[in-house]
Design a protein around this ligand. Structure first.
Ligand SMILES: Cc1cc2nc3c(=O)[nH]c(=O)nc-3n(C[C@H](O)[C@H](O)[C@H](O)COP(=O)(O)O)c2cc1C
Length: 311
């Protein structure tokens, strides 16, 4: 009887172990490994096929899947006859117009969405707003692109950003019908650089001071991003005034200086446009700085220069 109980316990434990392992694997492979192996999608609406031509080239060069936004009521040529009082014009002039989408769109498995559309009266067709109303694109990195007779994409991007400020809508690109392959590849590469950057946690950075590791909590500004981009960076920081270590870097930084009035121990600041400062004591100041971040639990670093590795 005792042996039977032990065998049962061992069996239950094995089943538990196997199911646990399978679950872990699912979590790990989630998102990146969908059927096609791609985590980017070209999602588009095209009424007369011009945008569709660009879509296929973006998808090929970026190894993305393609999904078309198909209107429930297809646009006929008279619907698009913008010199007359056509359906497309009416929709563009009606703030409440949300033309229905025919197909179900599964965007759950994609992290990056290239969103394509033609420009209608200077902006995106209203069906793109239907898309934003219907599907939750929060957390996706959206790169808009368009085709047009001559209008740019900027107005549509402002429009989409204002429509849902929670979305991550990056700057996009207008393509003409005779776009070169080089232009397409250049666009994708630019998006990839931005995407990889977003993918990293840019809110924190490691800093090693004389062999000890600390964390800098970075500000969400272009000065902090510049330091993040420069890393890994090894410098000797000089002692000054018994409260700071500083180094003048050869790169100049974006500046947005202000007078903080008070410095806290651990503050990391930019003085001028290229002098990086770590403060290791708190004090009042009348100088102007651009804040880069602060170091958790930074001790008094004492006298003398220090060797510092950022990143
Ligand atoms: C209703 C309507 C309005 C348009 N408004 C503009 C415009 O404001 N500026 C522009 O450059 N092109 C405009 N166009 C031209 C389209 O943007 C252009 O032909 C586009 O490449 C069509 O893309 P598609 O073939 O993917 O639908 C308009 C076209 C239509 C049908």
């Amino acid at each position: 009887m005792r042996r039977k109980i032990i065998i049962c316990i061992v069996l239950i434990f094995c089943i538990f172990l196997v199911s646990g392992c399978t679950k872990n694997k699912e979590v790990k492979t989630n998102k990146k490994n969908n059927n096609s192996g791609s985590n980017s999608l070209v999602l588009y609406f095209s009424a007369t096929g011009t945008t569709k031509g660009i879509v296929e080239r973006i998808a090929k060069n970026s190894n993305s899947d393609i999904i078309e936004i198909i209107p429930k009521d297809k646009y006929t040529s008279s619907d698009l006859d913008y010199n007359n009082d056509c359906r497309a014009n009416k929709e563009q002039n009606d703030n409440k117009a949300r033309p229905k989408i025919k197909n179900k769109i599964d965007i759950s498995k994609y992290d990056v969405i290239y969103l394509g559309y033609p420009i209608w009266w200077g902006t995106n067709p209203k069906i793109i707003l239907t898309l934003l109303d219907t599907y939750d694109l929060t957390g996706k990195i959206i790169f808009p692109f368009c085709t047009s007779g001559s209008s740019g994409i900027e107005e549509s991007i402002n429009n989409l950003r204002n429509y849902n400020s929670k979305l991550i809508i990056k700057d996009g690109k207008r393509f003409s019908s005779n776009t070169s392959e080089h232009e397409i590849i250049e666009f994708i590469n630019k998006c990839k650089i931005e995407y990889n950057y977003i993918d990293k946690d840019t809110s924190k950075m490691n800093v090693n001071i004389d062999g000890k590791d600390y964390t800098i909590n970075l500000e969400d500004n272009s000065t902090a991003k510049k330091l993040f981009e420069l890393a890994p960076l090894e410098v000797t920081m000089k002692e000054l005034n018994g409260n700071e270590k500083y180094v003048y870097l050869s790169s100049s930084f974006p500046v947005d200086s202000y007078k903080p009035g008070h410095i806290n121990q651990g503050d990391v600041m930019l003085f001028d446009n290229g002098c990086l400062v770590i403060f290791y004591k708190s004090f009042d100041t009348s100088y102007s700085y651009t804040k880069i971040g602060y170091i958790d639990n930074l001790p008094d670093l004492g006298n003398g220069d220090v060797s510092v590795k950022f990143g």
